[in-house]
Write a protein that binds this ligand. Structure first.
Ligand code: UDP
Length: 247
């Protein structure tokens, strides 16, 4: 089941059901796409129809942020729980490892994907590391061809948003992989270069604030938040208006 949040479909999932859907997509013929919308990505999509269409072409769309859950609630909808991209990446890799699937890690500064790969293999017995590459390539098509040569089944695409969503939409099929997931800074987290917020901070729904304090460049992104929530309130009011106008 999906809910449309500010023009973008987001799945109502728990971590468990998201992983189960990811595994199912991996076993279904064809190329599938998973995006992890957070308030930043949803704000961008409000102003960009092309990006909105890309996101709505997802086979799996995970609510990556309490801001998305809050926007859902403000628009009278309900999503089950936050499914953080980095947590999903690890949980899916563990389940994929049990099935001896292969993963390709694309993104981050030089060396990050390799280190993330080493840690992921240790944490996920059975997982095959098909390959790694940094995210600062000159030729995006050649980057997809390099993935294809490895025969990877699963690809973690960590180029930041909206670059990763655009790359997946344009070149995903070319990689020949069964599932590509856009996962932002997940490789930095897996490599141990960026620490997640402590669990109590996560439980309070304040990881966004923690990240802004740890990475000051993120402070600049916070200006989107009030506007994002105001848009959700407007959508609810307009929606209510339409209900009233209906014959
Ligand atoms: N990145 C990349 N290629 C680029 C731009 C960024 O591989 O051209 C990487 C960057 O090194 C970082 C990640 O993408 O590892 C972006 O992380 P961030 O947490 O900022 O993601 P966002 O908030 O944009 O989803």
């Amino acid at each position: 089941m999906k809910e449309r949040i500010l023009g973008v479909d987001v799945h109502c999932v728990t971590m468990g059901s998201a992983v189960a859907m990811g595994l199912e997509l991996l076993d279904t013929p064809g190329t599938h796409r998973c995006y992890t919308p957070n308030p930043k990505l949803l704000s961008m999509a409000r102003e960009d129809e092309g990006l909105r269409n890309i996101l709505n072409g997802a086979d799996l769309s995970l609510p990556d942020g309490v801001g998305v859950l809050l926007a859902a609630r403000l628009t009278g909808k309900s999503l089950t729980e936050r499914v953080a991209g980095a947590d999903f990446a690890l949980a899916l890799a563990k389940a994929a490892g049990e099935r001896h699937k292969s993963v390709y890690l694309l993104g981050g500064a030089p060396g990050v994907a390799e280190r993330a790969g080493e840690k992921l293999q240790k944490a996920c017995p059975g997982l095959v590391l098909a390959g790694t590459a940094d995210g600062y390539f000159a030729d995006p098509q050649a980057a997809a061809d390099r993935v294809r040569q490895t025969g990877a089944e699963l690809v973690y695409v960590c180029l930041g948003c909206p670059k990763q969503e655009r790359w997946i939409a344009r070149y995903g099929e070319r990689t020949g992989a069964g599932l590509l997931a856009g996962l932002g800074g997940t490789l930095d987290v897996l490599a141990g270069d960026i620490k997640r917020a402590p669990k109590p901070v996560q439980r309070l729904g304040l990881e966004w604030l923690w990240r802004a304090l740890c990475q000051p460049r993120r402070m600049r992104e916070l200006w989107r938040l009030p506007d994002f929530l105001a848009a959700a309130v407007r959508e609810r009011n307009e929606g209510n208006g339409r209900e009233v106008d209906r014959p």
